[in-house]
Unconditional design. Sequence first.
Length: 413
Amino acid sequence: MGFNSRLISIENRVRAIEEMRRVGVDKVGAALMASKQLHYNIKVTGLTPAQANILKQEVLSIGAEAAVSKGVISCAVKETDAIISGTKRQLARLIEKLKAQPYKLKELGSELKDLLHNLEKDGFEFSARERKWKLGSSTLIMGILNVTPDSFSDGGVYSDTQSAIKHALRMVEDGADIIDVGGESTRPGALKVSTEEELKRVIPVVALLKKKGICVSVDTTKSEVAEEALRVGAEIINDVSAMTKDKRMAGVIAKYNAAVILMHMRGEPQEMQDDTDYEDLMGTLHEYLLERVDAAVSAGIDKNSIAIDPGIGFGKSVDGNVEVINRLKELRSIGCPVVLGTSRKSFIGSITGGNNKERLSGTLATVTAGILNGADIVRVHDVREAKEASVVTDAIKSGHGGAGISKLGSEVS
């Protein structure tokens, strides 16, 4: 009789322990062995030859592997990146060994420890003023409410307050956890809007939604708009410039204990699609978003009140957008919830051929892929459909089909 062999993929500690339980491994033994079954490939950038040589020696000494530039051993290069490959247990030993090393390698060990901790989290906490979420088991739905005349998909449709409120209430009924109100379009080529005009568009809507107990996010780069919106009840500021455009923004958000979404965008909306080539797209996103998170924390914003957004469609090509969605999980090492905004965007039309009214199926495909790859919050126009897709995807991701009752008011079966 031949062996009945099959290949399984073990991606986290819970899955590792569960598979060993099925084999019949002792519970204590399974817990000890789980760290040996989880394998990581971690890229470290900007090492000097001295740092790289010591790091490689220490990595090899624990039975793991480190790939560095061939010019490191002879110091023919000024700087190198390194790819460390090893199990969680090996990396834990490496972290301990780096504590005794010079050339700031102790600090590298500390960063590696934080990175592994973030990658292994079941979910992040996310706080917005008095509101708190424990993310991980279910995806938050952010409904888009554009009170603008020129947004790419629904410009002018909800530009008066009453129609905007009516649509927001419909999105909440359909399953939106957050309503994201925007008074200035950020589509490619969009024209700038004055502070006065943006305030006139946004504030009445925010105030009315607050009275109805709805969690409101405001999509703005202007601190004056953010402050007035927070004063009347907004809880989240969604800043596509990651607080770089207005230096007062961080202080305003910290003052109100609000949450912030920090997004990556290259350039301004008017020309952001003129340059979409990157030597290392994910490396660029990681470095930028990590720097902006550090800046936010330094300004007094609680780390649990920060989410990050890779900026799909903001200075990225079609292939770049697809790559980001495929590799979204890498951004979780920063330690913040990940927001994904793909709804009806042009890259979907480039793939399917549909115009912005014909991109629902493509949008739902990106929502599903995004959640499976690490998105915690999805920003969408079509809330009911996205909610249904997220409930099913969350169930698949957790491996538990009976996750409960969705906010659509009926049991998913």
